[in-house]
Write a protein that binds this ligand. Structure first.
Ligand code: C2E
Ligand code: CA
Ligand code: CA
Length: 402
């Protein structure tokens, strides 16, 4: 992600710390949120040439003594007036001295031990604000990463929302999970479908932070979903572009830990494109997550190129038959054969199979007749907002108890 930002007006986050471990942590935290460059100096003396070189910098100062940090900053700001700084605090400082430091709007702080995504996002917002300040007169967010500024703002204003579409287990006739599908509640244009903004997010890389938001958002919904009786997993779409973030698996693991999400509640939906882009790297990310108990499904199956051997090698639990084939059953002989073949292939590889885009009773009957495991489609429900989906679950639970 970082290599894209060659524009020298993009600020550099300059970490001043003697701790290599801290640098690793920062990469891990910041990578999803910060598209710009990150540089490290192990002493305050060495930071001066870096600041001279990088015109727009934001200092991340590893602070052991607040008083000392204040003096250092005052000193640095003689040479670099307007230098924004985020104080990285190892322990809770005395409130008065912290207040005094925060009286200066150029300063922000981050308590390292309790850091989670919200605090990191707050700091990034601070950095964004600094970029808009007179000293950093750049059209920041647009140039920052080539992100569409409207989409970037939408992410920060929490205008995105996950809708949920049930998956139905055909043997038990019950909801056995759901797919989370993103929508943009645009303040003027209403609810916008993912096809209208996901491609742009993929092209600019914004899909990386957006993807983490999606996982977090599903994590926040999980307790309510489980309380309403949802058994099975939530399917989350992972774009091929998200695998280009080398911290993908580690960041997902951290998000799971932070939100206390059980891995057995998640499934990531991949496309064949994701698998073939960078086989080795993708495979190791998938393996890492799979070892934690996360499952994977292969989306839009039949539309791309899947090699038989890759299907066997990767821990893919489920194939999702693309809805373009389901649209042709029953009646279209080619589609009927493809659907039958995919069901047989899945079962012979010991995988589950889901048919997507089921809209009619005739399609459903065909799929039941040929042993499909699960279905998903408008015949049962469109993707709906969380509250409505909870209603659907409660209704089903109620019916079962009658
Ligand atoms: P997808 O992953 O193949 O999702 C299934 C799409 O089929 C959804 O469209 C869903 O609303 C639609 N669908 C479900 N049942 C039926 C049906 O019976 N008939 C018809 N005609 N369509 C049905 P949606 O929500 O517009 O999403 C479109 C695509 O956008 C998704 O295709 C996925 O590739 C992408 N997308 C959606 N949410 C996310 C997300 O959170 N992250 C990422 N990376 N991509 C997402
Ligand atoms: Ca999907
Ligand atoms: Ca699909």
């Amino acid at each position: 992600m970082q290599a894209e930002f060659v524009n020298d007006r993009v600020p550099t986050l300059v970490l001043v710390s003697t701790s290599a471990a801290l640098e690793a942590r920062w990469h891990d935290w910041l990578n999803p949120w910060w598209g710009g460059p990150l540089s490290r100096c192990d002493s305050i003396d060495k930071v001066v040439p870096t600041l001279q070189q990088k015109e727009h910098s934001i200092l991340l100062l590893d602070v052991s003594d607040l008083k000392h940090a204040e003096l250092t900053l005052a000193h640095l700001r003689q040479a670099f007036p307007g230098l924004p700084c985020v104080l990285l605090l190892h322990e809770q400082p005395c409130a008065d001295s912290l207040q005094a430091m925060l009286g200066n709007p150029l300063n922000d702080y981050l308590p390292l031990d309790s850091s989670h995504t919200d605090t990191v996002r707050r700091v990034i917002r601070h950095c964004q604000l600094q970029l808009h300040s007179p000293d950093h007169r750049v059209t920041a967010t647009t140039e920052l990463a080539g992100y569409d500024p409207e989409l970037w703002r939408a992410l920060h204003r929490e205008e995105f929302e996950l809708f949920y579409q049930p998956r139905i287990d055909l043997r038990r006739g019950e909801i056995c999970g759901a797919e989370a599908l993103i929508r943009w509640r645009h303040p003027e244009r209403g609810i916008l479908p993912p096809d209208s903004f996901i491609p742009s997010c993929e092209a600019s890389g914004l899909i990386v932070p957006l993807g983490y938001w999606i996982i977090q958002s599903a994590g926040q919904a999980l307790p309510a979903l489980q309380a309403a009786g949802l058994a099975g997993r939530i399917g989350i779409n992972l774009s091929f572009r998200q695998f280009q973030d080398s911290f993908l698996a580690t960041t997902i693991e951290r998000l799971l830990d932070e939100q206390q999400m059980a891995s057995q509640t998640l499934e990531f939906e991949l496309t064949e494109t994701a698998l073939f882009n960078d086989e080795e790297h993708v495979r190791s990310a998938i393996d890492q997550l799979s070892r934690r108990g996360i499952e994977f499904s292969l989306d839009d199956f039949g539309t791309g190129y899947s090699s038989f051997s890759l299907l066997q090698k990767l821990p893919i639990n489920t194939l999702k038959i693309d809805k373009s084939f389901v649209a042709g059953i029953p009646g279209n002989q080619d589609d009927e054969e493809i659907v039958r073949a995919i069901i047989n292939l899945a079962h012979s590889l010991n995988k589950q199979v889901i048919a997507e885009g089921v809209e009619t009773n005739a399609q459903l009957e065909f799929l039941i007749r040929h042993g499909c495991d699960q279905v998903q489609g408008f015949f049962f429900s469109r993707p709906v907002p969380l509250q409505q989906f909870l209603g659907l679950l409660n209704h089903r639970q109620h019916q079962h108890s009658l």
